[in-house]
Design a protein around this ligand. Structure first.
Ligand code: LMR
Length: 333
């Protein structure tokens, strides 16, 4: 056999073995979150995974870690900054410890009356300004995802502000939420989401607050006798990435992922209300938790009791951001 043929064959083998031809390793995005799969955020994360992998034709692999299975509250943000994880979608109530306290404006009681008002803030200049503040922390904000309006729960009927007196209430790591509970005479306890069920079961805390989708999927109806339809605040998420990772992506990949995130965001926000309505219905059907629908007077007394929390936290969330949110929502302090 002529040596040229042998040489030719050898080159082909070497070429085949060379890295560029070797199946390019997909870019891996670890996406960690703390809630169950059948929730607005759980489904949103799966939808992003599906769209990102489809549209990049496998050049990107999204590994979703739900239910605090990779990092839990209090660990996620640092892991993101270190690059141990590439994507998170924490509640906006969890940015205070990162030093971006302005996000706690979302926690002010009764500041939003509807998803429309909420979107005027998330999709408007305030949302952009808040994401801008993350850049200095090595974090880039991509989108805001809805969950829903919170209910309060406990093992005693909670209709009026006085009913909360002395109750130990679990909250997220937000000073505004701490002040909210104190304004009701309750004792706030910051705790990781993954620890709430057990803390309620053992009585470490007496009650908590969350939208029905989290209440039901974390089985809180098994350990809480009463749920009050207070609608006193929202759980909203900020989808964030490690800035260095995101800026380092090939531009075509980044723009494809931005498109996937845009569509996953629309999907997650479109399903949020129904996910919570269905969860509330499931709680009702379980017969384990009594659902208290408050009268207009009872809701008005809650609003009145909680109103001082706004002024108390004006400096914390900044007058500038607060004024802009009031203007967007029409909230009268
Ligand atoms: C909570 O800690 O109660 C929520 O932020 C959990 C979540 O991500 O919805």
């Amino acid at each position: 056999m002529k040596w040229t043929t042998i040489a030719g064959a050898a080159c082909a083998v070497i070429a085949l073995a060379s890295p560029s031809v070797q199946a390019q390793q997909p870019i891996v995005i670890k996406f960690s979150h703390v809630v169950a799969l059948d929730t607005p955020k759980g489904k949103g994360a799966e939808r992003f995974k599906q769209l990102a992998e489809e549209r990049t034709k496998g050049r990107v692999k999204v590994e979703v870690y739900p239910n605090s299975s990779l990092f839990k509250d209090g660990e996620e943000m640092e892991a993101l900054q270190l690059g141990s994880v590439q994507m998170l979608a924490p509640s906006v109530a969890k940015f205070g410890p990162l030093g971006v306290r302005e996000f706690e404006v979302f926690d002010l009681p009764y500041i939003f009356d509807s998803f429309d008002e909420l979107h005027k803030v998330t999709d408007g200049p305030v949302g952009k300004a808040l994401f801008q503040k993350l850049e200095a922390k090595g974090i880039t904000g991509l989108a805001f995802w809805d969950n829903g309006f919170k209910v309060m729960s406990a093992n005693k009927p909670i209709r009026m502000p006085a009913d909360y007196k002395g109750l130990k209430m679990r909250i997220q790591s937000s000073k505004v939420l701490g002040d909210q509970m104190k304004a009701l005479g309750a004792i706030p306890q910051v705790m990781a989401f993954s620890e709430v069920y057990q803390a309620l079961q053992t009585g470490v805390v007496d009650g908590t607050e969350n939208p029905p989708s989290n209440f039901y999927t974390q089985k809180m109806h098994e350990v809480q006798k009463y749920l009050a339809m207070t609608d006193h605040g929202v759980i909203e998420y900020a989808v964030i990435v490690n800035k260095k990772f995101w800026d380092g992506l090939p531009p075509d990949i980044r723009s494809t992922l931005e498109g996937a995130m845009k569509d996953a965001t629309k999907y997650a926000n479109d399903i949020a209300k129904k996910e919570n309505d269905d969860a509330l219905e499931a709680v009702r059907k379980s017969g384990k938790t009594e659902i208290l629908v408050l009268t207009a007077e009872q809701k008005a007394s809650l609003k009145k009791a909680l109103a001082p929390v706004h002024k108390e936290n004006e400096a914390r969330v900044t007058k500038e951001i607060l004024t802009a949110v009031y203007a967007a929502t029409g909230f009268q302090p």
